[in-house]
Design a binder for this molecule. Sequence first.
Ligand code: UDP
Length: 248
Amino acid sequence: MDNKINVRGLNFDNLTVDEAVGSMIKNVHSGKQISVFTPNPEIVQMCIDDNAMYDVIGRGDMILPDGIGVVKASKILGTPLKGRTPGYDCGEELIKRSGKEGLKIFFLGGKPGIAETAAEKMTEKYPDAVFVGCHDGYFKKEGEESEAVVRLINESGANVLFVCLGAPAQEKWINANRSALTDVMLMLGLGGSLDGYSGNVKRAPKLFIKLNLEWFYRLLCQPSRIGRMMKLPKFYFGTWRYKIKNKK
Ligand code: UDP
């Protein structure tokens, strides 16, 4: 995939949600297996703090900027991305188009029952959506339990897999298991998306999304995220420092 923009060491695809989803569907049809990761600033900062993470997150075939912070950083660095392409939105667009495009979706992740509720709610919203299986995300990520999950996915006939185990567990799991997932052509790391689709966690009101303050809404709802969110200013100011240091 061309048209990549490097932001702090990760090569992001410079696409709109529509273009990204179109490209994903094309890949499913062409029978080429791809992984899609959607790092937010917190994950990029995780890579900066622990360089071994670049090899985990950077291995995604398609890397999409989930948070506005990544887009802002691309602007600071003088190589602007078109905009953010939230994993949540890309996932919903795939669900919406699944009936017409022959996508067979499997939901993996979340607490027990969440994936099933998410599939029910999404079927109510998009009656021709195609779901072929679900499994919660609380299994051992290596060894027998993980192998049983892989078997279940293969037996379901899914060609699209939503992996919602939180980062970086989901990216590590995808990297480790992609070759065993024989029929899955598209696997996406989508964090807490199933919590949103199921209605278990409310998405920010439209105004917050429009003002790029979705992160702030999530913080209000889950104040325990404050520790994780301290990575955001670190990423932002670090990007300025990086720019100044690398100016010729
Ligand atoms: N989760 C899971 N298995 C685990 C740990 C977490 O399925 O072993 C799920 C958790 O229930 C939640 C999601 O992973 O639905 C992580 O959500 P979070 O909002 O933290 O992810 P983000 O979108 O911020 O990466």
